[in-house]
Write a protein that binds this ligand. Sequence first.
Ligand SMILES: Nc1ncnc2c1ncn2[C@@H]1O[C@H](COP(=O)(O)OP(=O)(O)OP(=O)(O)O)[C@@H](O)[C@H]1O
Ligand SMILES: [Mg+2]
Length: 246
Amino acid sequence: MLSLEHVVKQMGSVRAIDDLSLDVPEGMLFGLLGPNGAGKTTLLRLVMGLLRADSGRITLFGRLPPTDPAVPRLLGYMPQQLAVYPGLSVVENIAFYGHLYGIAGAELRRRTERLLEMVELTPRRKSPVGQLSGGMVRRVMLATTMVHQPRLLILDEPTAGVDPLLRLKFWEWFGDLRAKGTSIIVTTHHISEASRCHRVVFLRAGRVLEQGPPGELMARYGSADLEAAFVAATRGAESNSAAGVQ
Ligand SMILES: Nc1ncnc2c1ncn2[C@@H]1O[C@H](COP(=O)(O)OP(=O)(O)OP(=O)(O)O)[C@@H](O)[C@H]1O
Ligand SMILES: [Mg+2]
């Protein structure tokens, strides 16, 4: 579904993506994990064609994201920063994104009802989004991301600032969506929750440090928890680079 080959992207003085190669098959819940500044958001923006790589090649559904106009319709993107209209109600926000994709009338109403049910916001449908809690706003964002029924959801820190119980809900929704055929690429700082992914990548300084199914990575580092495996992999890479190992 997604393939990156030797991708390089310089952002200001930083090589945010440094000769990165990666393959993501369709139908997966795929986790992109790494510390602040690892390059997660930059990578997602490259994949969506919002940024252009300095070198290397990215293909998505066999197409080239920056130039192919068919790509955006296949994608739903939930950015890391808030992307809703606080003065509009929950329903109006969903409708706004629906209209962008040419969805209107009875079809829009039908999809909106289903999305409201999924994110459990039916009772708050008429509330201005500016009056909702942070967790509710994240749920509205997820709903707006899906109104055009994308084949691939790209979620950048969807659970940032979300309480533990709602985080569990988010991961249940991701699992349900995936089971119904939507591929998902998700970044998160809550590394343990990513153990629900089929496959994860540990990213550091724009490079792939490790990748594999969470269970395999935990076994490789003798860790009972994905976060511990992540810390061990990062420390290992740091001591290798201090010792001059490539
Ligand atoms: N517009 C920009 N101009 C200059 N440097 C940038 C820009 N955007 C990102 N960077 C740099 O690129 C690197 C990767 O940033 P990026 O936002 O991709 O990291 P991230 O993994 O998403 O981090 P976080 O977990 O904090 O969201 C960082 O060093 C960042 O400072
Ligand atoms: Mg980011």
